[in-house]
Ligand binder design. Structure first.
Ligand SMILES: *Cc1c(COP(=O)(O)O)cnc(C)c1O
Length: 342
């Protein structure tokens, strides 16, 4: 089957250099890290990756976590409590939703990407500490939050801004550095960015970027860091190899070439507007989406049907994801198969 369902946007999960880095590290250091980072699991490779990610992304410091789910839950628990007021996009990823819930903070949700509503909510809800929380590239829609508007609103209302750019990292912006680099807000002291290694990096794990002071505070306080076993060192080793490849630029360019080709070949379809590798085709009813995914499967294409509760009722869709590793032929054949539905 041709895989149009994965978040391995650059094909790095099966890149020889990435796999080799992981294998070499296992051969030298073993598999498991053996303990949490605060006990004995703090491998030098973790620190090297944190330094390189911070420099690449344009932030003072970086903290590596076990996964994106752990990063978001731990981050919100560390920063927010019942005296905190959160402002969250309605389509935020489940890990941000759960992080907010577990923190006990009060939460106002604004309609997807609606900056006017966010501004009005900020005016109406004062608090000791306020945090705006949004995905960067949205995982089921492929559209993007407005970075400069969000940071302006954070600044004028003295709030922190958390951007989870799990899908933008390695795929959009200059050298694939993501939306905060594209919007010119990376390194802003009000901004905390979350990213993962499980998507374009082709590995596993997650990272949080911010000011040196913020990251040091999180290092002391995040329960999902302190009370969870450190990543096996093979994974940061693989991520360092992946970062090297991403910096060379060819893969990101290849991905965008593939995206351009796919958009051109599907111009007759009403794909959702997206400049990211997530290219959803709206369907509506769950059954129809399932039937279309089934037909594509028969033709040899793995394209998942996404249904509620992952997306709102009545908005079932095919979630097509593109990769630098797809060939022109695979993309052309998928476009033909999709055209046959209209
Ligand atoms: C995938 C994803 C996560 C979770 O990351 P994992 O490393 O898979 O736990 C968090 N936030 C967003 C926006 C995601 O797309």
């Amino acid at each position: 089957m041709f895989n149009f369902a994965s978040n391995d946007y650059l094909g790095l999960a099966t890149h020889p250099a990435v796999m080799q880095a992981a294998c070499d590290t296992i051969a030298k250091q073993g598999l498991g890290s053996g303990a949490s980072r605060l006990i004995s699991g703090d491998a030098p490779l973790i620190h090297q990756l944190e330094r390189e990610l911070a420099d690449w992304k344009g932030f003072e410091d970086c903290l590596l976590l076990g996964s994106g789910m752990l990063a978001n839950i731990g981050l919100l628990q560390a920063l927010a409590d019942r005296h905190t007021q959160i402002f969250a996009d309605k389509l935020n990823h489940a890990s941000l939703v759960d992080g907010v819930r577990l923190s006990g903070a009060r939460c106002q949700r604004f309609a997807h990407l609606d900056m006017h509503q966010l501004e009005a909510l900020l005016q109406k809800h004062p608090a000791e500490r306020r945090i705006i929380v949004s995905d960067g590239v949205f995982s089921m829609d492929g559209d993007t939050a407005d970075m400069s508007r969000l940071i302006d609103l954070a600044e004028t209302s003295d709030a922190l801004l958390i951007i989870d750019d799990a899908h933008g990292t390695g795929t959009v912006g200059p050298e694939g550095r993501g939306l905060t680099a594209l919007g010119g807000i990376a390194g802003n002291p009000r901004l905390i960015e979350v990213g993962t290694l499980g998507k374009a990096f082709g590995s596993y794990g997650a990272f949080i970027l911010g000011s040196a002071e913020m990251i040091e505070g999180l290092r002391q306080r995040m329960r999902t860091l302190i009370y969870s076993t450190a990543l096996p060192p093979a994974l940061p080793a693989a991520a360092l190899a992946a970062l090297n490849l991403i910096k060379q630029g060819d893969l990101v360019q290849q991905l965008h070439g593939n995206l351009g080709l796919f958009r051109k070949l599907t111009s007759k379809l009403s794909l959702m507007p997206s400049d990211s590798p997530i290219q959803p085709l709206p369907v509506g009813e769950d059954e129809q989406a399932m039937a279309m995914a089934g037909q594509l499967k028969q033709l040899g294409f793995f394209v998942p049907a996404i249904r509620p509760p992952t997306v709102p009722e009545g908005t079932a869709r095919l979630r097509i994801t593109l990769s630098a590793a797809h060939s022109r032929q695979e993309i052309t054949q998928l476009a033909q198969a999709l055209e046959s539905f209209v």
